[in-house]
Design a protein around this ligand. Structure first.
Ligand code: R5P
Length: 303
């Protein structure tokens, strides 16, 4: 089957770069919106094809989720041979467990919706939780931007650097970076007070005089990074701080918040379309090659 790439509106440039890397063109598609806000995507010409719908579910999250579901359904109804959801940034993955009675579990609800809409395989990049795989019955391929980001950091990384997990959930990620970059790890203990406020309570590890490289899967409001920076500086870390994350959402005043911190280097990827980051030393790496490789793999004839 020929791989065909469909671009959702959240991921147009990334999907185009994937198609270019694969030597193909995007499937023609349209996205209408009814006056009441309903979305109506439309595509054709994918009969019997192996179709990859590329759509991150970043902000506005709910519109992008619904558009993704409708695109998957459109592919199925147009007679696609196989329908693949490519969700470089998978929103709702933070809702993988109930934190208080009465909470919903957003991640498995979304998993069920994607399967119901016709996804037969899922590709994601550095999801917030690896438990995402267990929420699906369809095969899930988890790609990682860690090698890409680590390679970008390596040439200018001082020997006296330390990889910092800004919360306990990021420890494994920090360890993966540390293994590639041969530097130690420190960990900030954080508690989240609200969606946009967090509190850093403790630092584990030695950061005095070292250049911190804070690593996280995503930066949303920047509150986690801000709290980590405060703790690091209070413990004598060098002030030329680097911050890296696969998904740079930068919402809710994140740009202003981060611009007020002594961040010398900010590395993210294009899993979420990069918005304005004026005043930030932001570098955006593309995951297009990574995704194109993953899409092409099943199509390479094995000898
Ligand atoms: C949470 O566990 C995630 O890994 C990130 O640390 C968090 O989502 C970042 O959000 P914010 O930038 O709003 O603190």
């Amino acid at each position: 089957m020929v791989p065909r790439i469909v671009a959702g509106s959240a991921s147009g440039p990334l999907a185009a770069a994937v198609a270019t890397a694969m030597g193909t063109e995007l499937v023609d598609s349209e996205l209408d919106r009814f006056p009441d806000g309903e979305l109506r995507p439309c595509l054709d010409g994918v009969r019997d094809d192996d179709v990859y719908v590329v759509q991150s579910t970043g902000p506005p999250v709910n519109d992008h989720v619904v558009e993704l579901l409708l695109l998957l359904d459109a592919c199925r109804r147009a007679g696609a041979g196989r329908v693949n959801a490519v969700v470089p940034y998978f929103g709702y993955a933070r809702q993988d467990r109930r934190r208080r009675p009465g909470d919903a579990l957003g991640a498995p609800v979304l998993a069920g919706a994607l399967e119901g809409a016709g996804a037969e395989r899922l590709l994601v990049v550095d999801p917030h939780t690896v438990a995402l795989e267990a929420m699906f019955r369809i095969p899930v391929e988890m790609l990682s931007a860690v090698p890409l980001i680590a390679d970008a950091l390596a040439p200018s990384l001082p020997d006296e650097s330390v990889l910092v997990a800004p919360d306990l959930g990021a420890v494994k990620l920090a360890e993966r970076f540390a293994a590639r970059l041969s530097r130690p790890v420190a960990v900030v203990r954080k508690s989240r007070l609200t969606g946009a406020t967090v509190e850093a309570t403790e630092l584990i590890g030695d950061v005095a005089g070292r250049r911190p490289v804070i690593v996280d899967d995503m930066i949303s409001t920047g509150a986690t990074i801000e709290a980590a920076v405060e703790v690091l500086l209070a413990h004598g870390a060098a002030s030329d701080i680097a911050v890296v994350a696969t998904h740079g959402l930068l919402v809710g005043g994140a740009v202003q918040r981060l611009a007020g911190l002594p961040i010398q280097q900010l590395v993210v990827t294009d899993t979420v379309a990069p918005g304005d980051a004026a005043g930030l030393p932001r570098q955006v790496l593309s995951v297009a090659g990574l995704m194109a490789g993953a899409i092409a793999r099943p199509h390479v004839r094995r000898r």
